[in-house]
Write a protein that binds this ligand. Structure first.
Ligand SMILES: Cc1cc2nc3c(=O)[nH]c(=O)nc-3n(C[C@H](O)[C@H](O)[C@H](O)COP(=O)(O)OP(=O)(O)OC[C@H]3O[C@@H](n4cnc5c(N)ncnc54)[C@H](O)[C@@H]3O)c2cc1C
Length: 396
Protein backbone atom coordinates (compact mmCIF):
# COMPACT_ATOMS: atom_id res chain seq x y z
CA UNK A 1 0.00 0.00 0.00
CA UNK A 2 1.39 3.42 -0.97
CA UNK A 3 -0.84 5.51 1.25
CA UNK A 4 0.24 9.10 1.87
CA UNK A 5 -1.60 9.16 5.20
CA UNK A 6 1.53 9.63 7.33
CA UNK A 7 2.59 13.24 6.85
CA UNK A 8 3.37 14.42 10.40
CA UNK A 9 4.94 17.72 9.32
CA UNK A 10 1.73 19.05 7.75
CA UNK A 11 -0.71 20.97 9.96
CA UNK A 12 -4.42 21.17 9.15
CA UNK A 13 -6.27 24.26 10.35
CA UNK A 14 -9.61 23.82 12.08
CA UNK A 15 -12.47 26.29 12.34
CA UNK A 16 -13.21 29.34 10.20
CA UNK A 17 -9.86 30.02 8.56
CA UNK A 18 -9.56 33.05 6.27
CA UNK A 19 -12.33 34.94 8.13
CA UNK A 20 -11.90 38.18 6.13
CA UNK A 21 -12.22 36.32 2.85
CA UNK A 22 -15.29 34.48 4.10
CA UNK A 23 -16.90 37.72 5.22
CA UNK A 24 -16.17 39.44 1.96
CA UNK A 25 -17.53 36.53 -0.13
CA UNK A 26 -20.65 36.45 2.03
CA UNK A 27 -21.19 40.15 1.35
CA UNK A 28 -20.98 39.56 -2.41
CA UNK A 29 -23.34 36.58 -2.19
CA UNK A 30 -25.88 38.65 -0.28
CA UNK A 31 -26.32 40.73 -3.45
CA UNK A 32 -27.30 37.60 -5.38
CA UNK A 33 -30.25 36.08 -3.51
CA UNK A 34 -32.07 32.93 -4.54
CA UNK A 35 -34.50 34.87 -6.77
CA UNK A 36 -31.50 35.84 -8.93
CA UNK A 37 -30.39 32.23 -9.33
CA UNK A 38 -33.94 30.98 -9.97
CA UNK A 39 -34.29 33.48 -12.79
CA UNK A 40 -30.90 32.56 -14.28
CA UNK A 41 -31.83 28.89 -14.11
CA UNK A 42 -35.26 29.45 -15.64
CA UNK A 43 -33.79 31.28 -18.63
CA UNK A 44 -30.68 29.09 -18.85
CA UNK A 45 -28.73 32.32 -18.74
CA UNK A 46 -25.20 33.04 -17.60
CA UNK A 47 -24.84 34.76 -14.20
CA UNK A 48 -22.88 37.64 -15.74
CA UNK A 49 -23.47 40.06 -12.84
CA UNK A 50 -22.31 37.52 -10.24
CA UNK A 51 -19.22 36.64 -12.29
CA UNK A 52 -18.46 40.36 -12.71
CA UNK A 53 -18.73 40.89 -8.95
CA UNK A 54 -16.43 37.95 -8.26
CA UNK A 55 -13.98 39.23 -10.87
CA UNK A 56 -14.04 42.81 -9.56
CA UNK A 57 -13.35 41.58 -6.03
CA UNK A 58 -10.21 39.85 -7.32
CA UNK A 59 -11.41 36.48 -6.00
CA UNK A 60 -11.24 34.76 -9.38
CA UNK A 61 -7.57 35.79 -9.57
CA UNK A 62 -6.87 34.27 -6.15
CA UNK A 63 -4.39 31.73 -7.48
CA UNK A 64 -2.57 33.97 -9.96
CA UNK A 65 0.80 35.00 -8.45
CA UNK A 66 1.16 38.63 -7.40
CA UNK A 67 3.87 39.25 -10.01
CA UNK A 68 1.17 38.70 -12.66
CA UNK A 69 -1.41 40.87 -10.90
CA UNK A 70 -3.25 38.17 -8.96
CA UNK A 71 -3.67 37.70 -5.22
CA UNK A 72 -1.18 34.82 -4.97
CA UNK A 73 -3.27 33.08 -2.33
CA UNK A 74 -2.86 29.46 -1.23
CA UNK A 75 -5.16 26.78 -2.66
CA UNK A 76 -7.10 26.52 0.60
CA UNK A 77 -8.00 30.21 0.42
CA UNK A 78 -9.29 29.74 -3.12
CA UNK A 79 -11.26 26.72 -1.91
CA UNK A 80 -12.77 28.77 0.91
CA UNK A 81 -13.95 31.34 -1.66
CA UNK A 82 -15.75 28.66 -3.69
CA UNK A 83 -17.13 26.94 -0.60
CA UNK A 84 -18.56 30.17 0.78
CA UNK A 85 -20.28 30.90 -2.55
CA UNK A 86 -22.01 27.53 -2.51
CA UNK A 87 -22.76 27.68 1.22
CA UNK A 88 -24.41 31.06 0.64
CA UNK A 89 -26.67 29.91 -2.15
CA UNK A 90 -24.56 30.98 -5.15
CA UNK A 91 -23.18 28.83 -7.95
CA UNK A 92 -19.44 29.43 -8.27
CA UNK A 93 -19.19 26.60 -10.78
CA UNK A 94 -20.30 29.22 -13.29
CA UNK A 95 -16.87 30.81 -13.06
CA UNK A 96 -14.55 28.49 -11.11
CA UNK A 97 -12.57 27.64 -14.22
CA UNK A 98 -11.24 31.21 -14.35
CA UNK A 99 -9.64 30.36 -11.04
CA UNK A 100 -7.92 27.11 -11.95
CA UNK A 101 -7.82 26.54 -15.71
CA UNK A 102 -5.12 29.21 -15.81
CA UNK A 103 -3.00 26.78 -13.72
CA UNK A 104 -2.01 24.95 -16.92
CA UNK A 105 -0.69 28.23 -18.33
CA UNK A 106 0.98 29.16 -15.05
CA UNK A 107 2.80 25.85 -14.62
CA UNK A 108 3.62 25.01 -18.23
CA UNK A 109 3.37 28.23 -20.24
CA UNK A 110 6.45 30.08 -21.46
CA UNK A 111 7.46 33.34 -19.77
CA UNK A 112 6.18 35.24 -22.83
CA UNK A 113 2.80 33.51 -22.65
CA UNK A 114 2.48 34.23 -18.94
CA UNK A 115 3.36 37.89 -19.39
CA UNK A 116 0.94 38.17 -22.30
CA UNK A 117 -2.09 36.50 -20.72
CA UNK A 118 -1.96 36.23 -16.93
CA UNK A 119 -2.20 39.96 -16.04
CA UNK A 120 -5.21 40.32 -18.36
CA UNK A 121 -6.84 37.24 -16.85
CA UNK A 122 -6.11 38.58 -13.35
CA UNK A 123 -7.80 41.88 -14.21
CA UNK A 124 -10.78 40.08 -15.72
CA UNK A 125 -10.09 41.62 -19.12
CA UNK A 126 -9.64 38.15 -20.57
CA UNK A 127 -11.95 35.30 -19.59
CA UNK A 128 -10.37 31.87 -19.42
CA UNK A 129 -13.42 29.82 -18.57
CA UNK A 130 -13.29 27.02 -21.16
CA UNK A 131 -11.44 23.75 -20.86
CA UNK A 132 -11.86 21.34 -23.77
CA UNK A 133 -10.91 17.74 -23.00
CA UNK A 134 -13.98 15.48 -23.16
CA UNK A 135 -15.07 14.16 -26.57
CA UNK A 136 -18.34 12.46 -27.51
CA UNK A 137 -16.96 9.15 -28.73
CA UNK A 138 -14.13 8.60 -26.26
CA UNK A 139 -15.39 10.01 -22.95
CA UNK A 140 -13.22 9.13 -19.99
CA UNK A 141 -10.69 7.37 -22.23
CA UNK A 142 -8.84 10.66 -22.77
CA UNK A 143 -5.76 9.31 -24.54
CA UNK A 144 -7.99 8.08 -27.39
CA UNK A 145 -9.39 11.54 -28.06
CA UNK A 146 -9.69 12.23 -31.77
CA UNK A 147 -9.33 15.98 -32.17
CA UNK A 148 -6.24 16.31 -34.34
CA UNK A 149 -3.84 19.19 -34.70
CA UNK A 150 -1.52 18.99 -37.70
CA UNK A 151 1.42 21.34 -37.97
CA UNK A 152 1.40 23.64 -40.99
CA UNK A 153 4.22 26.19 -40.82
CA UNK A 154 3.61 28.55 -37.91
CA UNK A 155 0.19 27.10 -37.18
CA UNK A 156 -1.56 23.97 -36.05
CA UNK A 157 -4.64 23.03 -38.06
CA UNK A 158 -7.24 21.62 -35.67
CA UNK A 159 -10.11 19.33 -36.70
CA UNK A 160 -12.42 17.42 -34.38
CA UNK A 161 -15.10 17.86 -31.74
CA UNK A 162 -15.39 18.43 -28.01
CA UNK A 163 -18.45 17.93 -25.84
CA UNK A 164 -19.54 19.26 -22.46
CA UNK A 165 -17.20 22.23 -22.81
CA UNK A 166 -18.68 24.43 -20.11
CA UNK A 167 -18.92 28.22 -20.35
CA UNK A 168 -17.44 28.32 -23.88
CA UNK A 169 -19.92 31.00 -24.91
CA UNK A 170 -18.70 33.18 -22.05
CA UNK A 171 -14.99 32.73 -22.49
CA UNK A 172 -12.33 34.50 -24.55
CA UNK A 173 -9.76 31.73 -24.24
CA UNK A 174 -9.91 27.96 -24.13
CA UNK A 175 -7.35 25.43 -22.96
CA UNK A 176 -7.72 22.67 -25.55
CA UNK A 177 -6.27 19.15 -25.50
CA UNK A 178 -5.53 17.78 -28.97
CA UNK A 179 -3.61 14.92 -30.50
CA UNK A 180 -0.54 16.09 -32.41
CA UNK A 181 0.97 12.64 -33.05
CA UNK A 182 -1.38 9.78 -34.02
CA UNK A 183 -1.88 7.13 -31.32
CA UNK A 184 -0.41 4.44 -33.59
CA UNK A 185 2.90 6.35 -33.79
CA UNK A 186 3.59 6.77 -30.05
CA UNK A 187 5.06 4.21 -27.70
CA UNK A 188 3.13 5.48 -24.67
CA UNK A 189 -0.55 6.28 -25.26
CA UNK A 190 -0.23 9.36 -23.05
CA UNK A 191 2.35 10.78 -25.48
CA UNK A 192 1.43 12.71 -28.61
CA UNK A 193 -1.20 14.89 -26.94
CA UNK A 194 -0.67 18.65 -26.75
CA UNK A 195 -2.27 21.65 -25.09
CA UNK A 196 -3.24 24.66 -27.19
CA UNK A 197 -4.50 27.99 -25.95
CA UNK A 198 -7.26 28.91 -28.36
CA UNK A 199 -8.30 32.54 -28.71
CA UNK A 200 -12.02 31.95 -29.09
CA UNK A 201 -12.68 35.53 -30.19
CA UNK A 202 -10.61 34.91 -33.32
CA UNK A 203 -11.65 31.29 -33.76
CA UNK A 204 -15.44 31.76 -33.85
CA UNK A 205 -16.59 31.55 -37.45
CA UNK A 206 -13.08 30.73 -38.66
CA UNK A 207 -13.01 26.99 -38.12
CA UNK A 208 -14.68 26.82 -34.73
CA UNK A 209 -18.39 26.59 -34.00
CA UNK A 210 -19.86 26.56 -30.48
CA UNK A 211 -23.31 25.07 -29.94
CA UNK A 212 -25.14 25.15 -26.59
CA UNK A 213 -25.88 21.71 -25.14
CA UNK A 214 -29.11 21.86 -23.14
CA UNK A 215 -28.62 19.92 -19.91
CA UNK A 216 -30.24 19.02 -16.58
CA UNK A 217 -28.48 21.91 -14.87
CA UNK A 218 -27.69 25.38 -16.08
CA UNK A 219 -23.95 24.87 -16.46
CA UNK A 220 -23.68 26.68 -19.82
CA UNK A 221 -22.27 23.56 -21.45
CA UNK A 222 -21.58 23.37 -25.17
CA UNK A 223 -20.41 21.20 -28.02
CA UNK A 224 -17.53 22.63 -30.02
CA UNK A 225 -16.77 21.72 -33.62
CA UNK A 226 -13.35 22.36 -35.17
CA UNK A 227 -12.99 22.37 -38.91
CA UNK A 228 -9.44 23.26 -39.90
CA UNK A 229 -9.12 25.91 -37.21
CA UNK A 230 -5.69 27.55 -37.43
CA UNK A 231 -4.01 28.05 -34.06
CA UNK A 232 -0.58 29.74 -33.94
CA UNK A 233 2.24 27.45 -32.79
CA UNK A 234 3.04 30.26 -30.33
CA UNK A 235 -0.11 29.16 -28.47
CA UNK A 236 1.26 25.70 -27.67
CA UNK A 237 1.46 25.35 -23.88
CA UNK A 238 4.26 23.12 -22.66
CA UNK A 239 6.16 20.75 -24.93
CA UNK A 240 4.45 19.27 -27.99
CA UNK A 241 3.36 15.72 -27.29
CA UNK A 242 3.43 16.12 -23.49
CA UNK A 243 0.04 17.77 -23.06
CA UNK A 244 -1.49 14.90 -21.12
CA UNK A 245 1.06 15.44 -18.34
CA UNK A 246 0.37 19.21 -18.36
CA UNK A 247 -3.36 18.59 -17.88
CA UNK A 248 -2.82 15.84 -15.31
CA UNK A 249 -0.66 18.17 -13.22
CA UNK A 250 -3.66 20.37 -12.56
CA UNK A 251 -6.05 17.60 -11.59
CA UNK A 252 -5.26 17.55 -7.88
CA UNK A 253 -5.84 21.29 -7.53
CA UNK A 254 -9.07 21.02 -9.50
CA UNK A 255 -10.33 18.10 -7.38
CA UNK A 256 -9.54 19.88 -4.15
CA UNK A 257 -11.25 23.08 -5.30
CA UNK A 258 -14.47 21.43 -6.50
CA UNK A 259 -14.55 19.44 -3.23
CA UNK A 260 -14.86 22.78 -1.44
CA UNK A 261 -17.92 23.55 -3.57
CA UNK A 262 -19.47 20.23 -2.51
CA UNK A 263 -18.81 21.03 1.14
CA UNK A 264 -20.53 24.40 0.63
CA UNK A 265 -23.49 22.63 -1.01
CA UNK A 266 -23.69 20.12 1.86
CA UNK A 267 -23.72 22.91 4.45
CA UNK A 268 -26.50 24.74 2.59
CA UNK A 269 -28.65 21.60 2.33
CA UNK A 270 -28.13 20.66 5.98
CA UNK A 271 -28.96 24.15 7.22
CA UNK A 272 -32.00 24.43 4.93
CA UNK A 273 -33.27 20.96 5.88
CA UNK A 274 -32.78 21.48 9.64
CA UNK A 275 -34.64 24.79 9.53
CA UNK A 276 -37.55 23.37 7.54
CA UNK A 277 -37.74 20.27 9.76
CA UNK A 278 -37.99 22.50 12.82
CA UNK A 279 -40.63 24.82 11.33
CA UNK A 280 -42.93 22.57 9.30
CA UNK A 281 -45.84 21.40 11.44
CA UNK A 282 -47.62 18.20 10.46
CA UNK A 283 -49.64 16.04 12.88
CA UNK A 284 -49.52 19.05 15.24
CA UNK A 285 -45.75 18.96 15.75
CA UNK A 286 -42.57 19.83 13.83
CA UNK A 287 -41.67 17.09 11.36
CA UNK A 288 -38.11 17.28 12.75
CA UNK A 289 -39.38 15.62 15.95
CA UNK A 290 -39.53 12.39 13.98
CA UNK A 291 -36.29 10.45 13.95
CA UNK A 292 -37.08 9.31 10.41
CA UNK A 293 -36.79 12.99 9.41
CA UNK A 294 -33.94 14.15 11.65
CA UNK A 295 -31.58 11.17 11.36
CA UNK A 296 -30.84 11.50 7.61
CA UNK A 297 -30.00 15.18 8.21
CA UNK A 298 -27.83 14.35 11.22
CA UNK A 299 -26.07 11.61 9.23
CA UNK A 300 -25.49 14.02 6.33
CA UNK A 301 -23.94 16.46 8.81
CA UNK A 302 -21.58 13.78 10.15
CA UNK A 303 -20.58 12.80 6.61
CA UNK A 304 -19.99 16.42 5.68
CA UNK A 305 -17.77 16.96 8.72
CA UNK A 306 -15.68 13.90 7.82
CA UNK A 307 -15.41 14.95 4.18
CA UNK A 308 -14.43 18.50 5.17
CA UNK A 309 -11.52 17.20 7.23
CA UNK A 310 -10.32 15.28 4.19
CA UNK A 311 -10.68 18.36 1.98
CA UNK A 312 -8.62 20.41 4.45
CA UNK A 313 -6.00 17.68 4.62
CA UNK A 314 -5.73 17.44 0.85
CA UNK A 315 -5.37 21.23 0.57
CA UNK A 316 -2.70 21.29 3.31
CA UNK A 317 -0.68 18.58 1.56
CA UNK A 318 -1.00 20.38 -1.77
CA UNK A 319 0.22 23.65 -0.25
CA UNK A 320 3.18 21.89 1.34
CA UNK A 321 4.21 20.61 -2.07
CA UNK A 322 3.78 17.01 -0.91
CA UNK A 323 2.17 14.24 -2.97
CA UNK A 324 -1.58 14.56 -2.58
CA UNK A 325 -3.09 12.43 -5.34
CA UNK A 326 -4.63 9.99 -2.88
CA UNK A 327 -5.98 12.74 -0.65
CA UNK A 328 -7.31 14.92 -3.48
CA UNK A 329 -9.18 11.94 -4.93
CA UNK A 330 -10.59 10.83 -1.58
CA UNK A 331 -11.61 14.41 -0.79
CA UNK A 332 -13.42 14.62 -4.13
CA UNK A 333 -15.17 11.28 -3.55
CA UNK A 334 -16.28 11.98 0.02
CA UNK A 335 -17.25 15.61 -0.52
CA UNK A 336 -19.33 14.88 -3.63
CA UNK A 337 -21.13 12.05 -1.83
CA UNK A 338 -21.64 14.09 1.35
CA UNK A 339 -23.21 16.85 -0.75
CA UNK A 340 -25.48 14.39 -2.51
CA UNK A 341 -26.61 12.70 0.69
CA UNK A 342 -27.32 16.11 2.19
CA UNK A 343 -29.24 17.03 -0.97
CA UNK A 344 -31.31 13.87 -0.70
CA UNK A 345 -32.04 14.48 2.98
CA UNK A 346 -33.05 18.07 2.21
CA UNK A 347 -35.29 17.03 -0.67
CA UNK A 348 -37.02 14.34 1.39
CA UNK A 349 -37.45 16.67 4.36
CA UNK A 350 -39.27 19.16 2.15
CA UNK A 351 -41.70 16.57 0.84
CA UNK A 352 -43.71 17.97 -2.06
CA UNK A 353 -42.31 21.45 -1.48
CA UNK A 354 -38.89 20.09 -2.40
CA UNK A 355 -40.23 20.13 -5.96
CA UNK A 356 -41.46 23.73 -5.74
CA UNK A 357 -38.99 26.00 -7.51
CA UNK A 358 -39.39 28.77 -4.94
CA UNK A 359 -37.67 26.64 -2.28
CA UNK A 360 -34.48 26.28 -4.37
CA UNK A 361 -34.05 22.70 -3.17
CA UNK A 362 -34.79 21.01 -6.50
CA UNK A 363 -32.36 23.29 -8.38
CA UNK A 364 -29.54 22.84 -5.90
CA UNK A 365 -30.30 19.09 -5.73
CA UNK A 366 -29.83 18.89 -9.52
CA UNK A 367 -26.67 20.99 -9.35
CA UNK A 368 -25.02 19.01 -6.55
CA UNK A 369 -25.44 15.68 -8.36
CA UNK A 370 -23.02 16.62 -11.13
CA UNK A 371 -20.00 16.51 -8.82
CA UNK A 372 -20.12 12.71 -8.90
CA UNK A 373 -19.71 12.80 -12.69
CA UNK A 374 -17.67 15.89 -13.52
CA UNK A 375 -14.86 16.80 -13.63
CA UNK A 376 -14.15 13.13 -12.93
CA UNK A 377 -16.58 10.33 -12.21
CA UNK A 378 -16.64 8.42 -8.93
CA UNK A 379 -15.60 5.16 -10.61
CA UNK A 380 -12.42 6.72 -11.94
CA UNK A 381 -11.58 8.04 -8.47
CA UNK A 382 -12.07 4.56 -7.04
CA UNK A 383 -9.96 3.10 -9.86
CA UNK A 384 -7.18 5.54 -8.92
CA UNK A 385 -7.30 4.52 -5.24
CA UNK A 386 -7.41 0.81 -6.10
CA UNK A 387 -4.45 1.00 -8.47
CA UNK A 388 -2.22 3.74 -7.09
CA UNK A 389 -2.84 3.40 -3.36
CA UNK A 390 -3.83 -0.21 -2.85
CA UNK A 391 -1.54 -1.69 -5.52
CA UNK A 392 -4.33 -3.63 -7.18
CA UNK A 393 -4.16 -4.32 -10.92
CA UNK A 394 -5.20 -1.52 -13.25
CA UNK A 395 -8.84 -2.11 -14.16
CA UNK A 396 -9.05 -0.21 -17.44
C1 LIG B 1 -22.32 19.56 -16.44
C2 LIG B 1 -21.06 19.01 -17.01
C3 LIG B 1 -19.99 19.88 -17.25
C4 LIG B 1 -18.80 19.40 -17.80
N1 LIG B 1 -17.80 20.28 -18.12
C5 LIG B 1 -16.72 19.84 -18.80
C6 LIG B 1 -15.73 20.75 -19.29
O1 LIG B 1 -15.82 21.96 -19.08
N2 LIG B 1 -14.71 20.27 -20.03
C7 LIG B 1 -14.58 18.94 -20.32
O2 LIG B 1 -13.62 18.55 -20.98
N3 LIG B 1 -15.49 18.04 -19.85
C8 LIG B 1 -16.56 18.45 -19.13
N4 LIG B 1 -17.51 17.56 -18.69
C9 LIG B 1 -17.36 16.16 -19.03
C10 LIG B 1 -17.08 15.27 -17.83
O3 LIG B 1 -15.76 15.48 -17.40
C11 LIG B 1 -17.36 13.84 -18.30
O4 LIG B 1 -18.77 13.74 -18.45
C12 LIG B 1 -16.86 12.83 -17.37
O5 LIG B 1 -15.46 12.89 -17.33
C13 LIG B 1 -17.28 11.42 -17.79
O6 LIG B 1 -17.09 11.21 -19.17
P1 LIG B 1 -18.33 10.68 -20.07
O7 LIG B 1 -19.50 11.52 -19.77
O8 LIG B 1 -17.91 10.58 -21.47
O9 LIG B 1 -18.62 9.23 -19.49
P2 LIG B 1 -18.09 7.83 -20.00
O10 LIG B 1 -16.62 7.85 -20.16
O11 LIG B 1 -18.93 7.41 -21.17
O12 LIG B 1 -18.46 6.92 -18.75
C14 LIG B 1 -19.83 6.62 -18.44
C15 LIG B 1 -19.87 5.93 -17.08
O13 LIG B 1 -19.09 4.74 -17.15
C16 LIG B 1 -18.10 4.75 -16.14
N5 LIG B 1 -16.87 4.14 -16.67
C17 LIG B 1 -16.26 4.34 -17.87
N6 LIG B 1 -15.17 3.61 -17.97
C18 LIG B 1 -15.03 2.95 -16.80
C19 LIG B 1 -14.07 2.04 -16.27
N7 LIG B 1 -13.02 1.63 -16.98
N8 LIG B 1 -14.25 1.56 -15.02
C20 LIG B 1 -15.33 1.93 -14.28
N9 LIG B 1 -16.27 2.78 -14.73
C21 LIG B 1 -16.12 3.29 -15.97
C22 LIG B 1 -17.86 6.21 -15.79
O14 LIG B 1 -17.39 6.33 -14.47
C23 LIG B 1 -19.25 6.80 -15.98
O15 LIG B 1 -19.98 6.66 -14.78
C24 LIG B 1 -18.69 18.02 -18.10
C25 LIG B 1 -19.76 17.15 -17.84
C26 LIG B 1 -20.94 17.63 -17.31
C27 LIG B 1 -22.08 16.69 -17.09
Amino acid sequence: MKSTTEKPEVAVTLGEDYPEIRESVRRICADFPSAYWRDIDKHEAYPTEFVQAMTASGFLAALIPEEYGGAGLPLRAAGVILQECHDNGCYAAACHAQMYTMGTLLRHGSVDQKIKYLPLIARGELRLQAFGVTEPTTGTDTTKLKTRAIRDGDHYVVTGQKVWTSRAEYSDLMVLLVRTTPLEQVTKKTDGLSVLLVDMREARGHGMEVRPLPAMINHNTTEIFFDELRVPVANLIGPEGKGFRCILDGMNAERILVSHESIGDAKWFIRTASKYASERIVFDRPIGMNQGVQFPIARAYAEMQGAEMMVRKAAALFESGLPCGEDANIAKLLASEAAWHAAEACMQTHGGFGYAREYDVERRWRESRVQQIAPVSTNLVLAFIAEHVLDMPRSY
